[in-house]
Design a binder for this molecule. Structure first.
Ligand SMILES: Nc1ncnc2c1ncn2[C@@H]1O[C@H](COP(=O)(O)OP(=O)(O)OP(=O)(O)O)[C@@H](O)[C@H]1O
Length: 307
């Protein structure tokens, strides 16, 4: 991938990056470029390489080969320059300090800090300013990590499973704030297992599998890539279950009483064949896959290819 000098200084790029632990290739020839103002979700099954990718991006791990550039410099240089804010899953919070003391420290360390009160308010931790950080609930600790990640005017915000442990209103407030950050031209990259969040929030979705990029596009493009559609209908009276199971292009079928739900790689052909069985389906619905089903279809197809 080649970038012009101006674009390179604004972009975040992985070029043919590989990182192995013994025999396990956690990241395997990964190339991608992230742009200002993008909100990007990083998805993948357990062990796909998401955390390793974020660690490489933050300079916490070094690639075995390939290069990681953050705004045209190394991840370390970008962090020292205050261009990166991060919220990691495991990042322990200091013991025995209060929330406001910790946020003050993060602001003091940032080259382009925001006002402590603003950071606290944005992260929704003003009410617990004097609480010791080792006495916080899981969701409160996440909000404090969020405050630390947004203590200054960074250009890239990296979030690993940011909403784990947050209640519904905390999640909504969190994502509204992240949307503002992206609207102001920052790049927001988050790894998540909550596919509905990726669907609702991300402009771009990256699907990792065994360290490789399986899909890269909008949520709608990823759903289309999976190809399959959902068909559901009700049948009256007795019907031939075996014949239903033999319908063409089915990738899955679930028969529950009189209700049948199938997933088909060619819904038109499946529905046509259904009428050919001489049954009269009621409440027939044909719908695209949700991001979660598309994700499962894409990763399972890849597993099947590799085994
Ligand atoms: N320090 C390590 N030593 C050895 N193997 C590791 C190490 N860290 C990660 N791995 C392996 O590398 C692969 C990628 O792990 P990684 O944590 O990046 O995946 P992930 O997508 O973040 O997974 P999860 O969704 O479970 O958090 C896995 O097979 C994991 O077992």
């Amino acid at each position: 991938m080649t970038m012009t000098t101006g674009a390179a200084s604004r972009a975040v790029g992985f070029e043919q990056v590989t990182k192995a632990y013994g025999d396990v290739r956690a990241v395997d020839g990964l190339s991608l470029e992230l742009h200002p103002g993008e909100t990007v979700a990083l998805l993948g099954p357990n062990g796909a390489g998401k955390s390793t990718t974020l660690d490489l991006l933050l300079g916490l791990k070094q690639p075995d080969s390939g290069s990681v550039k953050v705004f045209g410099t190394s991840p370390r240089q970008a962090i020292v320059a205050g261009r990166v804010g991060a919220m990691l899953q495991s990042g322990g919070l200091m013991e025995d300090v209060s929330v406001v003391e910790l946020v003050r420290l993060a602001c003091a360390l940032h080259p382009k800090p925001f006002k402590v009160d603003d950071v606290m308010a944005r992260a929704g931790v003003s009410q617990i300013a004097d609480r010791k950080v080792n006495k916080l609930s899981g969701g409160q600790a996440q909000r404090v990590r969020f405050a630390l990640a947004t203590a200054g005017d960074s250009d890239l915000i990296v979030l690993d499973e940011p909403t784990t442990g947050m209640d519904v209103s905390a999640r909504q407030a969190f994502w509204a704030t992240m949307r503002e950050q992206a609207d102001q031209g920052r790049t927001v990259l988050f790894a998540t297992h909550y596919l509905e969040e990726a669907d609702a929030i991300a402009d771009r979705v990256l699907v990792l599998h065994r360290g490789r990029l399986l899909a890269d596009g909008t949520a709608a493009e990823i759903k289309a890539k999976a190809g399959a559609r959902r068909v559901s209908f009700d049948l009256e009276g007795a019907f031939d279950e075996a014949a239903l199971r033999r319908l063409p292009f089915l990738t899955s079928i679930d028969i529950s009483g009189q209700t049948v739900r199938v997933q088909s790689s060619d819904a038109d052909a499946t529905v046509h064949a259904l009428y050919g069985l001489g049954v009269y389906p009621r409440n027939l619905e044909v719908a695209g896959l949700g991001l979660e089903q598309a994700f499962v279809a894409i990763t399972e197809a890849e597993e099947a290819k590799q085994s």
